[in-house]
Design a protein around this ligand. Structure first.
Ligand SMILES: Cc1ncc(C[n+]2csc(CCOP(=O)(O)OP(=O)(O)O)c2C)c(N)n1
Length: 391
């Protein structure tokens, strides 16, 4: 386990001339992001996903700016393409610091990290990418970085694997806890549940899934721990397959941004889907680092992608006033502006039910005809796909 602190880590970066970083957060590095925010020597660009961060850093290097990535190994899949088809053949020595979830041993509470935890090191080895484990001492880390720099000078991208939490003094909570009367994550989920009874529910990774689970576990809920950014596509697939149901996906802003292109797919087929984006402007589940939501107009993107309607609300009353829009057939985007920080989420669903059981239970519920009656307004609205390559 690393005992290098956040400030020592930044000093090490400084020594290799690296002041520009990009990535997607991991809670193991929350103290480091706080320091990056507070230290004027560094810039950090929040990227939509790890592949984007990797490509951005590759571009910075082409432009002559030394930079590196901070990511977690659940995002390795997102960056394998630019790693193997860009950095390796083009000999761009991109440097990646990657936290290791589910390694060296799996955590039974986090089944979403088990496969990648076991596969990360063999995958990097199979790809032929140099990789090193961050040593526990500053001296060891300095020596390791000297070897990394040599590999990079030879044109190799390189990975430094961070096996645990980087400790450090807590500089500040990125934002203060919500005081009333802000709209909290829990209130937003509860209000959606009241307005959209008899729906199927899919929730994104992190605190949102924990909150949905805590508000009442049921067979119609599918909590996605992991597969960040894919909740809307999973939900759209369910809705496409079962046009007699209304599916509600509860996304976060960071998750929706991760694979924003999914909105174009959803809009094209426009199944009976309410795509709720709980926008707190942050990756709250990993410590409250800023996303790029503040400069992104979710409602405009959704309607431009073909969603039938899109609303943006900031209170439970405003959400209630939009009930009819939410209950209409077709795909609707509900942008819910919620407090940057909500009361703590409870435990994960996987603490009580295994995730494979959750999936089987959900599928049995959907396919078992327990909701043979279509929710009002959705009957007779089978999805029809338009011709491919239409516009
Ligand atoms: C591919 C991938 N990258 C990073 C993570 C780490 N991670 C887990 S939850 C989370 C934040 C989710 O943010 P958001 O969707 O905005 O929801 P919030 O936490 O704010 O409720 C991140 C970055 C992950 N699970 N998967």
């Amino acid at each position: 386990m690393p005992v290098i602190t956040a400030s020592e880590f930044l000093d090490l970066l400084e020594q290799i001339g690296c002041r520009h970083l990009s990535g997607v957060p991991c809670s193991f590095l929350s103290r480091l992001y706080e320091r990056l925010d507070a230290d004027e020597r560094y810039t950090y660009v929040p990227a939509a996903n790890e592949g984007t961060a990797f490509a951005l850093v590759a571009g910075m290097m082409l432009g002559g700016t030394e930079s590196a990535l901070l990511v977690q190994n659940s995002g390795l899949g997102n960056l394998v393409n630019p790693l193997t088809s860009l950095a390796m053949p083009y000999r761009l020595p991109v440097l990646t610091f990657m936290t290791m979830r589910g390694w060296p041993a799996a955590d039974p509470e986090e089944p979403q990290h088990e496969v990648m935890g076991r596969a990360t090191v063999p995958l990097l080895a199979e790809l032929g990418v140099p990789h090193h484990v961050l040593p526990e001492t500053v001296e060891g880390a300095r020596e390791m970085l000297a070897r990394v720099q040599e590999e990079r000078r030879a044109g190799w991208p390189s990975f430094v694997l961070v096996p645990g939490r980087i400790p450090g003094e807590r500089l500040s909570a990125a934002v203060s806890p919500a005081t009333e009367p802000e709209f909290t994550r829990g209130e937003a989920i509860a209000e959606l549940r009241r307005l959209l009874p008899d729906s199927l529910w899919v929730s994104t990774t992190g605190y949102i899934s924990r909150d949905l689970f805590q508000q009442g576990d049921a067979a119609e809920n599918l909590y996605l721990q992991g597969s960040m950014g894919h909740a809307s596509a999973v939900a759209a697939g369910i809705a496409l397959s079962r046009p007699d149901h209304r599916v509600v996906v509860i996304d976060g802003d960071g998750s929706a941004l991760m694979h924003l292109g999914a909105m174009s797919t959803v809009g094209r087929i426009s199944p009976n889907l309410v795509h709720a984006v709980l926008d707190n402007g942050t990756y709250e589940s990993t410590g409250g680092q800023a996303t790029t939501a503040a400069s992104t107009a979710f409602t405009e993107i959704a309607t431009a992608c073909g969603y039938r309607r899109a609303i943006s609300v900031g209170t439970a009353e405003e959400l209630r006033a939009a009930a009819r829009v939410l209950q209409a057939p077709g795909s609707v985007l509900a942008h819910l502006r919620i407090a940057p920080r909500s009361p703590a989420a409870g435990s994960r669903a996987s603490g009580s039910v295994s995730v494979d059981q959750l999936a089987r239970r959900f599928a049995a519920h959907v396919q078992g005809g327990q909701h043979a009656e279509a929710p009002e307004g959705l009957a007779g609205n089978p999805v029809r796909l338009g011709p491919v390559g239409g516009r």
